[in-house]
Design a protein around this ligand. Structure first.
Ligand SMILES: CSCCC(=O)C(=O)COP(=O)(O)O
Ligand SMILES: [Zn+2]
Length: 208
């Protein structure tokens, strides 16, 4: 059982995040999925296939950390396992956002396979929780896109257990996953990643 007030707060943070991310063009149409922790065993997550700029209370539901619906007949995001693996790995994670921006999608298609994107020397890296110098190295792995979500969740889970300070990953041709202690931290991470992705794309353009 979960606390209804905590659920209502989590659901509203997801609805508000959807309006913001859709408004910025980072979650077009029914793409993307969002979640927020309710307690040690439950998260609020978007129902699959809903328009993220027009979310209402009925577009958010509760699942346990195994991804089973709790008190709901709705179908949670097809990518629910990519959320729960992060809540299981990191007890301090309070929110996870998955977005489908043009820049994340294009950059992920241009990056070479087999090595993470390395971001270093950008002042804006300090927007990420726990980073206090532009000299630190931000590593963003790029996983191949697949319909096999359990396999993707295993890959992501393994990588992040080995790199617990790194706050996000790309799925090639698909989008970004990032997380944080709070929804506000998580939204700031999306915004910072978007800025850094634009810088990387612009750098590639001028170097051509
Ligand atoms: C229309 S985008 C295809 C599915 C996807 O990648 C996504 O982020 C949304 O899936 P969901 O099941 O969470 O609606
Ligand atoms: Zn997606």
């Amino acid at each position: 059982m979960f606390d209804v007030t905590r659920y209502a707060i989590a659901a509203q943070s997801i609805i508000d995040a959807g309006r913001f991310l859709y408004g910025r063009g980072w979650s077009p149409a029914t793409s993307s999925n969002y979640s927020a922790r309710i307690d040690d065993e439950h998260i609020a997550v978007t129902v699959s296939g809903r328009h993220k700029g027009q979310l209402v209370a009925g577009d958010v539901m509760v699942v346990d950390l195994a991804g089973n619906a709790v008190q709901s007949n709705a179908r949670s995001s097809a990518e629910t396992r990519l959320h729960t693996v992060l809540y299981q790995a990191f007890p301090e994670v309070g929110a996870v956002l998955h977005t489908h921006s043009v820049k994340a999608t294009v950059l992920s298609r241009l990056l070479p396979a087999g090595e993470p994107l390395k971001l270093q020397g950008y002042e804006l890296q300090k927007a990420f929780a726990g980073i206090d110098t532009h000299e630190s190295e931000l590593l963003v792995p790029v996983f191949d896109n697949t319909q096999d979500i359990p396999s993707l969740a295993r890959q992501a889970g393994e990588w992040f257990r080995q790199h617990p300070q790194q706050p996000g990953y790309l799925i090639r041709g698909h989008g970004l996953y990032t997380w944080g202690r709070t929804m506000s931290d998580c939204l700031r991470h999306v915004e910072a990643f978007e800025f850094l992705f634009e810088c990387e794309l612009e750098t590639m353009r001028v170097r051509r």
